[in-house]
Structures are given as structure tokens and as C-alpha cells.
Design a protein around this ligand. Structure first.
Ligand SMILES: [Zn+2]
Length: 194
């Protein structure tokens, strides 16, 4: 499967599960010193070849305003993806905005969420890290999140969404699904116990 197909498959999957909204969320993939990343304004559920830009993974990459066809700009979260690739051995990154992790992170003052499903305990461990609210697209968010992802497979960004990494998109997707399920269970428990 070529890179474009990988993006289209995972983008459709995220859309089907309602983990993205309109043009929210972004994907990237590392391959031989380059990053493939979705363009700003792409709809992940309906990605085309022109929506996926190739950027060299070097110091200059963050300065680039556009690459690939049609003068498109990479996702505004390029610094986030870039920093994670620099600090980890990840090959694939997913960032999306599922509603339950956002609701739960807004509700709690804790900086972790306890894993409450068997699969989440296997995939993530005892708890999911919640990063404090930081403005999307900033270097601060990129720095803080990438540092944490040296230890974690995925985490929740408070009042924003989730980020995960893996050796392929399927691994990263499993982590997103696990985080979403833990968040959904926690949310429903709160409702039932209120
Ligand atoms: Zn976002």
C-alpha cells in the first residue's frame, strides 16, 4: 500500500468513528528522512493526493510555508508532528478531536485519566496523561507534547483532542480508540452516578 492509500484509509476510519470534525485533525508519516503530512484545511474523511505534502525532516522544515502541488500549506500542527519525530522513533502520528476525551479533560482537574478497559490497560497501561490546555499550533504545545510522548503512546490535550504515535497508522489508531473508550466509559459513569 502506498503512502497516499495509507492516509486515505486511516482518514476514512477516523471520519467513520467521528473522531474528526470538518477539517479538524491531521496525520503524518515518516519515510526515509521525510515527513508526509496532511495539508492545512484537508478533510481527513475525503483525502486526495494533493492534500498530502512531503517535507524534508530537517531544521529547515519548520520554516517551510508550502510544499507539494497547488501551493498548499502543511497542517498548522506541523511543529507538533516534527518534534515528535525528532524525539522518538515513531513512524506514524494521528492528531484528532474525539468528543469524549475533550469533555473529560475539560471536566477534570487531574493530569491523568485512569484506564478502565482491558484493552486500554494492555495498549496504554494504568493511566492516560492529560496535557494542560495550550494554544493549538504553538511551539509550546509541540515541545510539551513531544517530551511526554517519549514515554507514552498517546495522550489527551486538554480542551483540544488527542495525539498518538506508532510504527504505523494502525498502531496509532488503536491507541486513539483506547483513549476514546476510556474517556467514554468515564463520562458515562459520571452521568450514571450524578
Ligand atoms: Zn487539533
Amino acid at each position: 500500500m502506498d503512502v497516499i492509500n495509507k492516509f486515505q484509509k486511516i482518514g476514512k476510519n477516523l471520519d467513520r468513528k467521528r473522531f474528526v470534525d470538518a477539517t479538524g485533525g491531521n496525520l503524518s508519516y515518516r519515510d526515509h528522512g521525510h515527513i508526509f503530512i496532511t495539508a492545512s484545511g484537508s478533510n481527513l474523511g475525503n483525502l486526495e493526493k494533493k492534500d498530502i505534502l512531503m517535507i524534508p525532516l530537517d531544521k529547515e522544515a519548520l520554516q517551510l510555508k508550502q510544499r507539494g502541488g497547488g501551493g498548499r500549506s502543511p497542517s498548522s500542527e506541523l511543529p507538533l508532528h516534527y518534534n515528535i519525530y525528532k524525539k522518538t522513533k515513531a513512524k506514524a502520528i494521528i492528531h484528532c478531536h474525539p468528543i469524549y476525551p475533550i469533555l473529560i479533560s475539560n471536566h477534570t482537574n487531574e493530569n491523568t485519566l485512569k484506564c478502565n478497559t482491558e484493552s486500554s490497560k494492555i495498549i496504554i497501561g494504568e493511566q492516560i496523561k492529560i496535557i494542560e490546555r495550550i494554544q493549538p499550533g504553538t511551539k509550546k504545545l509541540a515541545k510539551k507534547t513531544s517530551k511526554q510522548l517519549k514515554k507514552e503512546k498517546g495522550l489527551i490535550l486538554k480542551n483540544h483532542g488527542v495525539v498518538s504515535k506508532g510504527q504505523n497508522f494502525d498502531q496509532a489508531m488503536n491507541t486513539i480508540e483506547a483513549i476514546n473508550q476510556v474517556s467514554k466509559n468515564t463520562y458515562l459513569s459520571l452521568i450514571l452516578n450524578s
